[in-house]
Design a protein. Structure first.
Length: 151
């Protein structure tokens, strides 16, 4: 199982963001599944809506993308409706503050620490994931050759 962020998911569907790295992550997800923080669905959907609004994606491709995403073995953590403890909030804030990241990005790193490596095309997030030794690479090692600029 891997953790996947929205930058990878958007690359599956937005032709101008296509990536062999994202395609390799999709293959792993199809075989072993993925886990994502709750914010992932909103980030991914927002990027896809924006892609249709700016005519980088057709309406029919947008609808296909939604169906494809829903069919993938992706688990949301925590499960919607599950109580989030103060310990989790403190931990996320600590990661965000220490690494100068958004709390959203810290949520991906937190999941990667406990559930498997993080697949991301965000250069800044990938750099921190590498430092924390939780960055996913198709070849098993960390590499910066697949990265795009930070959000």
């Amino acid at each position: 199982m891997i953790v996947v962020d929205a930058s990878v998911a958007v690359a599956w569907f937005a032709s101008d963001e296509a990536s062999s790295y994202a395609d390799a992550a999709l293959d792993v997800i199809a075989e072993r599944g993925a886990i994502v923080p709750q914010i992932w669905a909103f980030e991914t959907l927002n990027a896809l809506v924006t892609a249709t609004r700016t005519r980088r994606m057709t309406e029919s491709r947008f609808l296909e993308a939604l169906e494809e995403i829903a069919s993938l073995p992706i688990t949301c953590d925590p499960v919607p409706g599950e109580h989030v403890s103060a310990d989790v909030l403190v931990r996320l804030a600590g990661v965000a503050r220490t690494h100068r990241l958004s709390v959203y990005d810290a949520a991906y790193l937190d999941l990667a620490r406990s559930h498997g490596p993080l697949a991301t095309l965000d250069a800044g997030l990938a750099a921190v994931a590498k430092k924390m030794e939780v960055y996913w690479s198709p070849g098993g090692g960390a590499s910066s050759t697949h990265l795009t600029s930070s959000r």
